[in-house]
Design a protein around this ligand. Sequence first.
Ligand code: KG4
Ligand code: ZN
Length: 339
Amino acid sequence: MSNKDIYILGIESSCDDTSASILKNSKVLSNVIANQNIHKKYGGVVPELASRAHLSNIIPVVDSALKESNVSINKLSAIAFTRGPGLMGSLIIGTEFAKGLGLSLNIPVIDVNHMQAHLLVHFIKNDLKKPLFPFLGVTISGGHTQFILVEDYFKMKILGQTLDDAIGEAFDKCGKKIGLGYPAGPEIDKLAKIGDELRFKFPLPRVKGGDISYSGTKTAFINFLHKEKNQNKNFINDNLNDICASIQKNLIDNLLSKIELLTIENNLNRIVLGGGVSANSYLKKKLDTESEKNNWEVFIPKLEYTTDNAAMIGIVGHLKYKESIESSLNTTPSPRLTF
Ligand code: KG4
Ligand code: ZN
């Protein structure tokens, strides 16, 4: 491998964000994200609408990423794309676009696992400290909640995961029940800031080992609201901040108890977060105090790299390109891709 600069175009289209990014080596030159507001009025992602929006967004988004980076398309070394996990219709758009462009430019395409990318995003060159291996990777998003033993860039093993809903999904579903828009996670976080987290108590699920569950909490929350509204029909409005703070505490405390268990069981003291929920401020606050107590080193991505973005796909493309790992043009999307 020569020490020539490597230029990667990263493409992300696994769910409802169309994103393209250009990286020069491990540095991000551009990271353009087109959010799909169309889903807001349905309170969740509508797969058919998501793939249609990717179709119209993909070329303008890639074009903007190239323009913003000032890199000519002919300079690209390879194109990295999300192969899975995600929505089939959405993944097809990014995968086929990447393959078509790769073929026309005569450069390799590299398939990327979206969940690995949420963790490897920490290896983008910036002013943050990079984690050393091994570490406990915690991917917390609207679609996933996984605990991963990461021994090297591509040596990852799932230690536990959700048995039902993802943590972000639990935030969104509980938020919907109290009239918040989609995605409700950031709004719950904001409203909880002036709420009393000890006001309402919800049971913590008892799941053995590294796995976690969120559907019971959601049901308990719905039943609680139902009961309270029978006594006071304005219950939600009258107590919104306290409700948000209390449910947020339950969802995050559940996660923290598993992190604690898995770090002890696997003798790990580095915790690396990835995915939209890593932006949660109560989680960050609790991790601060817990890391002092347990001697943890905690790594949280920059805000622009917590939610879905193509820079994280680009950095994995860069790491794989250096190892000469390429995909064949027969590669197809894999909605349930694991590792
Ligand atoms: O990683 P991401 O952008 O997309 C998926 O792959 O799902 O994560 C989106 C999820 C949503 O469920 C959203 O409600 C949640 O992350 N989220 C938050 C916060 N910011 C985003 N949840 C709690 N607190 C936040 N500050
Ligand atoms: Zn994601």
